[in-house]
Design a protein. Structure first.
Length: 143
């Protein structure tokens, strides 16, 4: 149980780190104020979930899990390539929706494959999925 709990918490933490990096990267672009505000709101929410995952990892005697340099570089390149020449809200919304979809799939798969994780980790995983679904829904208005 503990090993799977740690794996899920690490995945939650990694996903939130990657999302926060993307939010930070999108700040470089001139987007509509309403989109910028929404991105800031969800950056904060991802940070809160990442911190919750961190606290639970520490309770299990584990250290924080951060993305490796290659993962961060690939994410940065992907964002830059998708935004290249398309400095607009629709492209940013598509990028965020794709990221949300990846996060939902990854965490859902972990929850389904590892039913023996702690109740706290399950709840945090479900909380992240719900938040990603809400973010996707809010991004539709910018397409």
């Amino acid at each position: 149980m503990e090993e799977n709990t740690v794996k899920l918490l690490e995945e939650i933490q990694l996903g939130c780190f990657m999302a926060e990096n993307t939010f930070d990267q999108l700040e470089e672009y001139e987007l509509r104020e309403s989109l910028e505000e929404l991105l800031q709101k969800y950056r904060k929410k991802h940070g809160e979930i990442r911190k919750e995952a961190s606290e639970l990892l520490h309770q299990h005697g584990e250290q924080d899990k951060k993305p490796g340099p290659m993962a961060e570089a690939m994410s940065w390149i992907t964002t830059e390539m998708r935004m290249m020449g398309k400095n607009n809200g629709a492209q940013a919304a598509k990028l965020m929706m794709n990221g949300c979809n990846m996060g939902i799939q990854t965490i859902s798969e972990k929850l389904n494959d590892m039913p023996d994780v702690s109740k706290e980790a399950q709840a945090l995983g479900r909380k992240l999925i719900k938040m990603e679904e809400e973010l996707m829904a809010e991004m539709k208005q910018f397409l």
